[in-house]
Design a protein around this ligand. Structure first.
Ligand code: FES
Length: 298
């Protein structure tokens, strides 16, 4: 059986079904159309009609009008008709005098419970917070994260990193720039810088805090000028973080550097040493190319 035959059969079946449905609905509407009454209804109508026909026709045969009654009388008559006797009102229940509950037996009220729970929880939270703060304040700094001594690798690797970074080596975990400190500037540095900084400088490196001493932006390096140049307000510093221009109040802050006997380098980020004052220029390094930011002529 191919598709056209199946479709033709389906259409024929649909037509037949539609016709049967239409005829059925039409017949039902003919039998029970709008306004058609059921046989039960018609039978009750007939009974009512017969009763009306047997009812007295004249005014004298009609029962005299019933005198208006009070609501209580009407209610009593209704009760008599329904139950055969008047319904007696239920007796008033005897009132039991109120006796306040014994506080000892009662324990705490809900309000007392919540008040005490609130006070207890608040007090516990304050105590826990104070204890945690105290422990955090007194506990010795751990190692490895910013705010502590951060090992940054072997000195030779750091030198390679500085060379590979075009003069700048960034250590994110210490938030530090490490740059080369020229050997011929150490003598000048010894007259200016904190003693804690000199061991690193004598070994040829300086660790500079990335945070601009002006308003705290992260200071990026500028490969073309070989300076640090802050994009926020244009402060500029030479490669060892001495201020050259801009609104910053001093040179870049820095960290002490420790170098072990095996040349392992550690930056102590727990100690921030303020940058040198304006005018310090131990290396004499001028810009070696175009600046990355402008407007730092303060
Ligand atoms: S934050 Fe660097 S110049 Fe203002």
């Amino acid at each position: 059986m191919n598709a056209p035959v199946i479709i033709a059969i389906a259409i024929a079946a649909a037509v037949v079904l539609g016709a049967v449905s239409f005829i059925t609905l039409a017949r039902r509407s003919d039998v029970r159309g709008a306004g058609a009454l059921s046989s039960e209804t018609r039978r009750r109508d007939d009974v009512a009609r017969s009763a009306r026909a047997a009812a007295p026709e004249t005014a004298s045969e009609v029962d005299p009008p019933v005198a208006p009654r009070s609501a209580a009388e009407a209610e009593k008559t209704g009760e008599l008709a329904r139950y055969g006797s008047a319904v007696e009102p239920a007796p008033e229940p005897a009132l039991v005098p109120f006796r306040p509950p014994d506080p000892e037996a009662l324990g705490v009220s809900r309000r007392q419970f919540f008040n005490r729970a609130t006070v207890t929880l608040t007090g516990t939270s304050i105590l826990a917070f104070s204890a945690a703060s105290m422990v955090a304040f007194l506990w010795p700094f751990g190692t490895g994260g910013f705010g502590s001594k951060v090992p940054i690798g072997k000195l030779s690797d750091i030198r390679s990193g500085i060379t590979g970074g075009d003069g700048f080596f960034y250590v994110p975990q210490a938030r530090t720039w490490v740059t080369e400190y020229p050997a011929d500037a150490v003598a000048a540095a010894e007259t200016v810088y904190d003693e804690a900084l000199l061991p690193g400088m004598r070994r040829g490196i300086v660790a500079l805090y990335q945070k601009c001493p002006h308003l705290g932006c992260r200071v990026p390096e500028c490969a073309s000028s070989q300076w640090f140049e802050c994009g926020c307000h244009g402060s500029q510093y030479n490669r060892v973080g001495e201020k050259k221009a801009g609104p910053a109040p001093r040179g870049m802050d820095r960290f002490p550097v420790e170098i072990s006997a095996s040349d392992e380098v550690t930056v102590d980020t727990g100690i921030v040493i303020q940058g040198p004052e304006i005018g310090v220029n131990t290396t004499g390094q001028e810009a070696e190319g175009p600046h990355c930011v402008s407007g730092g002529e303060h």
